[in-house]
Ligand binder design. Structure first.
Ligand SMILES: [Zn+2]
Length: 544
């Protein structure tokens, strides 16, 4: 296996990709090198940026250097001894409609220039095309992908199997399913550039997920043309492992300054919001006033520093289990990105399957957007499918969440549990105390120390959607269990009567007796009153 996965969070992974020129750690950004117009030389990329891999275009190399590249080898030609990936030139063909090179020639040429990672000459679907045309590009790409295994001569090059289909999700799924059956070491999602240029990040979510869900999960996925740091965390969270960026250089040419939350024109900037070597030694004014090619190089460097920095932050977030928080922060940089975050909810169950169950840090709950988090989906599944209450439990007691965790060790609950024990003695086992809590819904007391039920922080007051979600979970739980009675303590200031309303509906339908006790505050005093309330009603029940 050329790809080893070391850490995971959401669908993201930190991995190690083995090539004949060495190992690289993913997620990784490969700067695009165009030797004809290159602001930063590959040697400088290695020395100043610690850049271990880059990508160049076999079609352009062939056009400019022809046999020279084959004689010298691509590493010597570029002056770079790290990992080199070559794209096939399919994108140039898309743009210029050039067909002067046959797919077999490009396979042969990439082998002869001694590249490390190679891409077949696929047929990019393009953007403004019909479904029928898109279908043809998928079919032709697949035919070329199959042919590769008959014509390639070397076994030490990693081959990339591209997934096409453009904006047609059904075609991406089909393309991924079929190309994934071939023994490619890496896959790539083709032609999302227009999607990125037009900020259609929610569509990008669908595209990546269609590829991801149909490709072998253990192979790395490359996302072509995703060069802006403000969307790296989105792509990484969805399971993209490698990226290429020409954007750092193209933006620099147009005096555009990248940040991890968006792009500025250099003219707009009074201050430089960055601490890279370029920005700490120049002011915005100095950059504006210097000769164009000098400025272009410095901006390209800055852009690259920002890209690499963002990837380091993402990797750190992955090992800490905070990638969701990081993603959420980035997605608030632009409405189009937030739209994408909302779209992720559609795939929450799939993402949950591959997300780790234990993390190094607790989770932060900001708003209902976080309801798509794997931890919340997982808890819901656990409660609804796998969980059953203790055998002796006949009566459900629902208490509101407390700031202190675990809930059963909070001052409020400790007081309540002690009183119930005093009043009912051994019989108190018939009461099953559960906490209703954002964002998990029902938290049975006997499991409330299991991660992350005690390891989370919630921003209160809760939003309406969150309250609604918890109320639904409570009702769903009563629906699937067989308690004889339900006692509910509702903190109406926090929960607005929503838990009571939802319990009432389900209890009436199931013919369960529900006793609701409303309080303005949940504290030791109300704990005492609630215990009395239960004891009084239970006493009545005995005499009836
Ligand atoms: Zn900078």
């Amino acid at each position: 296996m050329c790809f080893e996965i070391l850490e995971r969070d959401l669908l993201a992974r930190i991995g190690r990709l083995k090539t004949k020129s060495g190992k690289v750690e993913t997620p990784i950004l490969l700067p695009v090198i165009n030797p004809a117009v290159q602001p930063i030389q590959p040697k400088e990329l290695a020395e100043k940026f610690g850049c271990k891999a880059l990508i160049t275009n076999a079609y352009i190399i062939r056009k400019h250097y022809g046999e020279k590249a084959a004689e010298e080898g691509i590493h010597r030609l570029l002056g770079f001894d790290g990992v080199i990936m070559t794209d096939s030139g399919a994108y140039q063909i898309l743009v210029y409609g050039d067909v002067e090179v046959a797919p077999e020639e490009i396979v042969d040429y990439q082998e002869r220039i001694n590249t490390d990672i190679a891409v077949i000459l696929d047929v990019p679907t393009g953007w403004k095309v019909s479904h029928k045309h898109a279908e043809e590009t998928v079919r032709e790409t697949l035919a070329r992908a199959q042919k590769l295994w008959k014509i390639k001569r070397r076994d030490d090059i990693l081959w990339v199997g591209p997934v096409q289909g453009g904006k047609f999700i059904d075609l991406i799924s089909e393309s991924a399913r079929k190309v994934g059956k071939l023994p490619f070491q890496i896959h790539a999602l083709g032609s999302p550039t227009p999607v990125m240029e037009q900020y259609l990040f929610d569509l990008l979510v669908d595209m990546i997920m269609a590829a991801k869900m149909n490709l072998p999960i253990d192979r790395p996925l490359h996302l072509f043309g995703a060069g802006h740091p403000f969307m790296f965390s989105l792509a990484v969270a969805l399971g993209c492992d490698t990226f290429d960026s020409a954007a750092y250089a193209i933006y620099a040419r147009e005096s555009r300054y990248m940040t991890e939350y968006g792009t500025f024109r250099l003219e707009e900037l009074e201050w430089l919001p960055c601490s890279c070597p370029v920005c700490t030694s120049h002011s915005a004014k100095e950059l504006r006033e210097m000769p164009k090619n000098e400025r272009e190089k410095l901006l390209a460097m800055h852009n690259l520093y920002v890209c690499f920095e963002e990837l380091r932050k993402i990797k750190q977030a992955i090992i800490e289990g905070r990638l969701w928080e990081h993603l959420e922060m980035r997605c608030h940089s632009h409405p189009a990105l937030l739209k994408a975050l909302k779209k992720i909810g559609k795939y929450a169950e799939y993402i949950e399957k591959y997300s780790p169950t234990i993390k190094r840090s607790g989770l932060f709950y900001f708003s209902h957007l976080d309801l798509a988090r794997p931890e919340i989906i997982r808890h819901k599944r656990k409660i609804m499918k796998d969980y059953s209450p203790p055998e002796k439990a006949k009566i459900l007691v629902l208490l509101p969440q407390t700031d202190e965790k675990p809930f059963h060790k909070s001052r409020e609950q400790k007081r309540f549990l002690k009183l119930i024990k005093e009043k009912f003695g051994e019989k108190s086992e018939i009461f099953h105390v559960c906490t209703y809590a954002a964002p998990f819904g029902i938290v049975p007391n006997e499991i409330d120390e299991v991660y992350p039920l005690s390891q989370h922080e919630v921003a209160s007051p809760l939003d309406e959607e969150t309250i609604e979600y918890v109320a639904e979970q409570v009702a769903g739980y009563i629906e699937k269990t067989n308690y004889e009675r339900v006692f509910l303590l509702e903190n109406i200031r926090e929960w607005k009567g929503k838990i009571a309303a939802s319990c009432k509906a389900i209890c009436r339908r199931k013919g369960i007796k529900l006793f609701t006790f409303n309080v303005e505050k949940w504290n030791r005093a109300t704990a005492e009153r609630f215990a009395d309330f239960i004891s009084e009603i239970m006493g009545k029940g005995k005499t009836e």
